[in-house]
Write a protein that binds this ligand. Structure first.
Ligand code: MV4
Length: 674
């Protein structure tokens, strides 16, 4: 076994590899870009080497920097993870040339599977079933049309160099052929710099089922059964499970044998995945082979009880496979959900930001969370917006789905938008429960899976107002306790005001509309007990009381029902989590009586904009009303003035900087009264 390995990757997969290396007593070297100085994978590794700027091509894709980092730290092997350089034959070759073991197959095997059409030629010779089609060199349009007619429409045009659905077109008849060919070629040229095409019979409602294989350097090869990855959105996997629902032992055996034959045909070593497309009659056809460890490998680990990264390290170190085929068996069912920072209501666009609040379910033997981020970390534009993979197992599929729903309910994320509700909708869907799905599932049920946003319920609005009030009161208590005059009526927490207001007004915006909440104290003041309130919103009147617990949690009684909610503050929003439901409310007014003052002296950026001028300097004493800086937002200049006398402690921006909405522009310390 190796003494030390370098992990040429980041995020959850780097963390996952480090985890196994540590368990095996193998030293670990992380690499990191400028965006990842404080990343989780860096803090988990024994050593870490800086490899350059945030863009991947300058860091995680810079082969020579990675090899230099291995040489410098004495790492004997490089694990490429997935993505980045994991399927780059040149990198595997360069590692070998530098005397560093590439933890993966030979560069020849990677290369052989890099071209779709070359891979199909190899697989046909090895007797692996292929979708009927043409994958030869003749690219003449009339010839290809003739082949399409021989196959019979509908057909699929695919880029020979392709993958991931790019340069792919379904063609329903001869009349569409010319235009489809032109547009597929254009896309393929842009994506792969190669516009050669292959043709296949178009399969209706297929499933994507893949076989995990493993080969050692001594001629041993096994498969570790299948994963069903049919639930995809635009060729991006969303849910993966093992075993595949409805799979028979007979088909499983035949697919496993075919996958092993595929691996043997290219003298494969290490972990690999053979992807098959399965038609509605259960016939399977080779699609492509992925010459790396896949994102969804944990479901295979759960049903087999094996650690595939351990297998990879042992095989790369020259050991024999840890188990033979007859020692491997399926135990139970496993499901993986990919938690992404993306916005289903906005075309699933990646959502970037700082994870101001982050909670995952507790890990148990049945619930696994693979993540590369911690609370406070940033999802940036530079890398994949995956927050975590949630993997669960149970004795059977039904219980597995229930366990996944429960685990999803326990995730709380503030700071970015996520696909958690979308995942919950997919897993709760009747057709998914019935395992009645294919690769078209998400498109078919899109309207149900991404419903229009429901307006915030009166309950949640009431709880938000209660939270605001209790939070403000607890702050008053703290301020009173540390002030010169703790008994001053100004610190009173009983709503006493010089100009008595009977009812306080809050307003919130939830993205669908604006809501008013009125809140008043009910009955008499009682010492040392929770105060009772009457809350009015949306035509409802509710009684409420509650207390704040540690960590922002609110324990409330609303109309005689106990409610427990977690609240995170994200810029000027409240993010409210209750049993799997998340509600993000923008505070338009928070019920305090200082709106005029706040308007005059807000130190928070009111909207996204650009800093035009910074007038104050760090350390400067300023008086209430002094201009501190000028911001341009939405073509309007906003003057930021001091809300009170004080000292400028920190200036976060310079002229020309862009700022997001809600960020703190500077810190103004109040002049000490001592
Ligand atoms: C197909 C197909 C139907 N018929 N080939 C999409 C990505 C690429 N790896 C292969 N893909 C497909 N090839 C034939 N002959 C349908 C798909 C397909 C698909 C396949 C697997 C998982 C998700 C998919 C989503 C849409 C289309």
């Amino acid at each position: 076994m190796f003494n030390k390995i370098l992990i040429a990757n980041r995020g959850e997969i780097a963390c996952r590899i480090i985890h196994t290396a540590k368990r095996l007593g193998v030293g670990t070297v992380a690499v990191y870009s400028e965006a990842d100085v404080n990343a989780r994978h860096v803090s988990l590794a024994d050593e870490a080497v800086a490899i350059g700027p945030a863009p991947a091509r300058d860091s995680y894709l810079a082969a020579e920097k990675l090899i230099a980092a291995a040489e410098r730290t004495g790492a004997e092997a490089i694990h490429p993870g997935y993505g980045f350089l994991s399927e780059n034959a040149g990198f595997a070759e360069a590692c070998g040339d530098a005397g560093v073991t590439f933890i993966g197959p030979s560069s020849r095997a990677i290369e052989a599977m890099g071209s779709k059409s070359a891979a199909k030629t190899i697989m046909r010779q090895a007797g692996i079933p292929l979708v009927p089609g043409y994958h030869g060199d003749n690219q003449d349009e009339m010839f290809l049309l003739g082949e399409a007619e021989k196959i019979g429409f509908p057909v699929m045009l695919k880029a020979s160099a392709g993958g991931g659905g790019r340069g792919m077109r379904a063609v329903n008849g001869a009349a569409e052929f010319s235009e489809a060919l032109r547009s597929a070629k254009r896309e393929a040229l842009g994506a792969f710099n190669d516009d050669r095409m292959l043709l296949e019979k178009y399969l209706e409602q297929p499933r994507h089922i893949e076989i995990q294989i493993f080969c050692d350097q001594h001629g041993n090869a096994v498969h570790l059964f299948e994963r069903d990855c049919s639930i995809q959105r635009r060729h991006q996997k969303v849910l993966e499970e093992a075993p595949a629902p409805g799979m028979t032992d007979e088909t499983r055996g035949a697919m496993g044998d075919a996958a092993i034959s595929a691996a043997r045909a290219i003298d494969y070593t290490g972990a690999g995945t053979v992807e098959f497309i399965v038609d509605t009659d259960g016939r399977f056809y080779f699609m492509e082979m992925n010459t790396r460890l896949q994102v969804e490998h944990p479901v295979t680990e759960f049903i087999t009880g094996q650690d595939l990264v351990e297998w990879q390290l042992r095989v790369a170190a020259g050991e024999r496979l840890p188990a033979s085929q007859d020692q491997l068996a399926i135990d139970g069912h496993a499901l993986e959900a990919r938690i992404y920072a993306e916005d289903p209501d906005n075309g699933f666009l990646p959502s970037t930001g700082s994870l101001g609040h982050l909670r995952f379910p507790a890990e148990t033997p049945q619930v696994r969370v693979d993540t590369g981020v911690r609370q406070g970390d940033t999802i940036s534009v530079y890398y994949d917006p995956l927050i975590a993979k949630l993997i669960v197992r149970a004795g059977d599929r039904r219980n597995c789905l229930r366990r996944m729903l429960e685990a999803l309910r326990q995730i709380q994320v503030a700071g970015v938008t996520t696909n958690i509700d979308f995942l919950t909708s997919v897993i709760s869907h009747k057709a998914f429960h019935a395992a009645d799905f294919d690769t078209g599932f998400i498109d078919r049920y899109r309207a149900e899976l991404v419903p229009d946003k429901a307006p915030a319920s009166p309950d949640i609005l009431a709880l938000a107002a209660l939270y605001q009030t209790l939070w403000r009161d607890s702050r008053s208590c703290r301020e009173a306790a540390t002030s010169d005059d703790p008994t001053s009526p100004w610190w009173a927490t009983d709503n006493w005001r010089p100009n008595l207001v009977e009812e306080e007004h809050f307003s919130f915006h939830d993205g669908t509309g604006e809501y008013e909440v009125g809140m008043a104290i009910a009955g008499n003041r009682r010492e040392h007990s929770e105060r009772d309130y009457v809350i009015r919103t949306g035509g409802q009147v509710m009684s409420a009381s509650g207390r704040l617990e540690a960590d922002g949690r609110l324990a409330a009684i609303l109309d005689g029902m106990q409610r427990r909610i977690d609240v995170a503050e994200d810029h000027n929003h409240l993010v409210i989590f209750e049993a799997g439901n998340t509600c993000r409310l923008k505070r338009l007014s928070d019920g305090s009586h200082s709106t005029e003052e706040e308007a005059a002296g807000n130190l928070i950026s009111p909207m996204p904009g650009t800093i035009i001028e910074v007038i104050a300097s760090e350390g400067q004493q300023v008086s209430k009303g002094d201009t501190l800086l000028v911001l341009e937002a939405m073509k309007i200049e906003h003057t930021i003035v001091a809300p009170h006398d004080g000292t400028v402690q920190a200036l976060h921006y310079r002229a020309g900087d862009m700022v997001e909405e809600g960020v703190e522009l500077l810190v103004l310390a109040e002049i000490s009264s001592i």
